[in-house]
Ligand binder design. Structure first.
Ligand SMILES: Nc1nc2c(ncn2[C@@H]2O[C@H](COP(=O)(O)OP(=O)(O)OP(=O)(O)O)[C@@H](O)[C@H]2O)c(=O)[nH]1
Ligand SMILES: [Mg+2]
Length: 191
């Protein structure tokens, strides 16, 4: 029997590891500084293996070469494990999403998050986008930015606040999708 994988992808600093901890109750080791390691974190969660992948995208303090290396690693990892991935969760920083997308579009380039989402939808059976950090926006802004993200990514987008553990709608959706795929997932006990 092949392992069923639940993978988490997203740019650096969007809150993948925070979400991973909130869902599974595991402390994820963080590198001292960004751009030094490409190593996924694994956690057994019932019948699935959850995988926290390194963050992609250029950011301050790391080289372009390194960010390209991370992106290639993620693409290869997802391609190689495509048959086993039952659900891919792409995490975005909702308050920052529009500005980053527009910056790429102004340069005439396809935004990296849009490209990654297209890739995931092509390769993985199920893809859900987790729109994180909604605590930084007011209610109206959340609705506007969600609509923008849904339009740009053409995917199911679920708002969350990983930091405060406000993740129940995402958790329910993960449970539902994995059950449909014949796998039970176990989360940390709710507090
Ligand atoms: N305001 C706010 N900040 C958050 C939230 N979730 C995570 N953060 C913060 O965002 C920063 C990055 O969080 P990480 O979980 O390390 O992000 P990551 O995506 O795993 O980053 P990489 O491992 O570098 O790719 C930290 O300072 C978190 O505290 C949230 O819901 N709201
Ligand atoms: Mg991380």
């Amino acid at each position: 029997m092949t392992e069923k994988l639940l993978v988490f992808v997203g740019r650096s600093n969007v809150g993948k590891s925070t979400l991973f901890s909130a869902l599974f109750g595991v402390k994820v080791r963080k590198g001292k500084r960004p751009g030094t390691t490409i190593k996924p974190n694994f956690f057994r969660a019932g019948e699935v293996l959850a995988v926290d992948l390194p963050g992609y995208g250029y950011m301050k303090g790391i080289s372009w070469e390194f960010s390209e290396k991370v992106r290639d690693f993620i693409v290869h990892y997802v391609e190689e494990n495509a048959k086993s991935i039952v659900l891919a969760i792409q995490v975005i920083d909702l308050p920052a999403f529009r500005e980053i997308v527009e910056r790429w579009e102004d340069r005439g380039e396809k935004p990296i998050d849009v490209e990654m989402c297209e890739f995931l939808k092509e390769v993985c059976k199920n893809v859900v986008v987790a729109a994180n950090k909604i605590d930084k926006l007011d209610r109206k802004e959340v609705e506007e930015e969600l609509e923008y993200a849904r339009r740009k990514l053409d995917a199911e987008v679920i708002p969350i606040c990983a930091k405060k553990g406000n993740i129940s709608s995402l958790r329910n959706r993960i449970t539902e999708i994995l059950r449909k795929e014949g796998a039970n997932v176990s989360f940390r006990a709710s507090r």
